[in-house]
Design a protein around this ligand. Structure first.
Ligand SMILES: *Cc1c(COP(=O)(O)O)cnc(C)c1O
Length: 381
């Protein structure tokens, strides 16, 4: 019998009881190297911890199972995962397409680093399928997507863009950080690579930085493992362990993130100080129907603009008491931020610039009534 329910996999995939002691929790193998039985005689296949470490391997197997991929690779951060992937698959002369409101760090990596190696790129609003089709060139090697996007929570059609990418001979990469594999599994919709900042929902407790790549093709997995070992941006055993510990409760946390976000959205909708709410769960959100099809629920990220402009947005960020003013997202605690001056400051003056009166919330799993009361008092002033 095959037990493959999501929550079962989150708790058990890759988590074999320790052979030496029977420990139920995977131990933190805090070692850099491994004894060999004679020259080249590896006892358990491990040689050196940049190449492989049992704690990291348990996390990698778990991630592959949750995304329904064949191979998972863990990295020291989401950006390390992105950098390793792009250097593995792109060469000078290639072209890539990124989202019109890409994660700020991805935009910076592509525009300030990858571009210097002779790679061209276009930023395209991928909720507009025809715009994606029109941006594809003969030299396009990667279409990079996010859904929902950050911070405007646009939804892109993963199945259709996978088709466009494959017709063009390009790889389709989906950054699944905002949704997490509990809400959507892009590989099952045709994506070739899933990218994560495990720092966010997967880790879930705002206590560890990490990243991951998961692929559906074993050969691509081998190629990325080669680059992971060659570049060496790997997470240590303790960070791998913390991430794994977080993942075990991903399902219950995501259910509560969504439930709380829905209550927060309902309160914001009624508030006169709020101009526009960006949340895929709203029926008038342009991607609502698609999100309903593609996602299990609409998640914990909510953005909104203020009737009274940027100054009002800054004031709300300053006045909340439970919502912590901080970058990042996906932890148990609610966070608030001003994308224009914080996470997305690097996009100023570019086509990816975000509205100045925008506030982004990462709705946590505290008591929903307290979260609503906190936002209400912050909006009243
Ligand atoms: C945070 C984040 C990243 C980068 O991950 P780090 O772990 O901070 O390096 C990439 N993509 C998205 C969508 C993110 O939110």
């Amino acid at each position: 019998m095959k037990f493959d329910g999501f929550e079962t996999l989150a708790i058990h995939a890759g988590q074999k009881p320790d052979a030496g002691t029977g420990a139920v929790a995977v131990p933190i193998y805090q070692t850099s190297t491994y004894t060999q039985d004679g020259v080249g005689g590896l006892r358990q296949g491990y040689e050196y911890s940049r190449t492989g470490n049992p704690t990291r391997a348990a996390l990698e197997e778990n991630l592959a199972a949750l995304e329904k991929g064949v191979r998972g690779l863990a990295f020291a951060s989401g950006m390390a995962a992105e950098d390793t992937l792009l250097r593995a698959v792109l060469s000078p002369g290639d072209h890539m397409i990124i989202p019109g409101d890409a994660y700020g760090g991805t935009f910076r990596l592509v525009s300030k680093v990858v571009e210097r190696w002779g790679v061209t790129w276009d930023a395209v609003d991928q909720s507009d399928i025809e715009a994606v089709r029109a941006a594809v060139r003969p030299e396009t090697k990667v279409i990079w997507g996010e859904t929902p996007t950050n911070p405007l929570l646009k939804i892109t059609d993963v199945e259709t863009i996978a088709q466009i990418a494959h017709d063009a001979g390009a790889l389709y990469v989906v950054d699944n950080t905002f949704a997490s594999p509990y809400l959507q599994q892009p590989l099952t919709l045709g994506a070739d690579v899933v990218v994560h900042s495990t720092t966010k929902y997967l880790g879930g407790h705002s206590d560890v930085i990490g990243g991951a790549l998961v692929v559906s093709d074993p050969e691509l997995g081998e190629q990325l493992a080669f680059h992971q070992n060659t570049m060496g941006a790997v997470p240590g055993p303790f960070d791998s362990w913390l991430t794994m510990r977080g993942i075990k409760t991903l399902g219950v946390r995501m259910d509560r993130h969504t439930a709380n976000a829905e209550k927060v959205v309902a309160a914001l909708e009624k508030h006169p100080a709020v101009r526009k709410i960006f949340y895929p769960g709203l029926e008038d959100h342009p991607g609502h129907k698609l999100a309903e099809r593609q996602m299990r629920s609409f998640g914990g990220m909510v953005s909104f603009t203020l009737r009274d402009g940027e100054e009002a947005a800054l004031q709300v960020c300053k006045r909340t008491q439970i919502f912590v003013l901080a970058e990042s997202l996906g932890g148990v605690e609610s966070l608030i931020e001003h994308p224009g001056r914080m996470t997305h400051a690097s996009t100023a003056g570019s086509p990816l610039e975000v509205p100045a009166d925008l506030v982004r919330l990462s709705v946590g799993i505290e008591s929903a009534d307290d979260l609503v009361a906190d936002l209400s008092q912050a909006l009243e002033g």
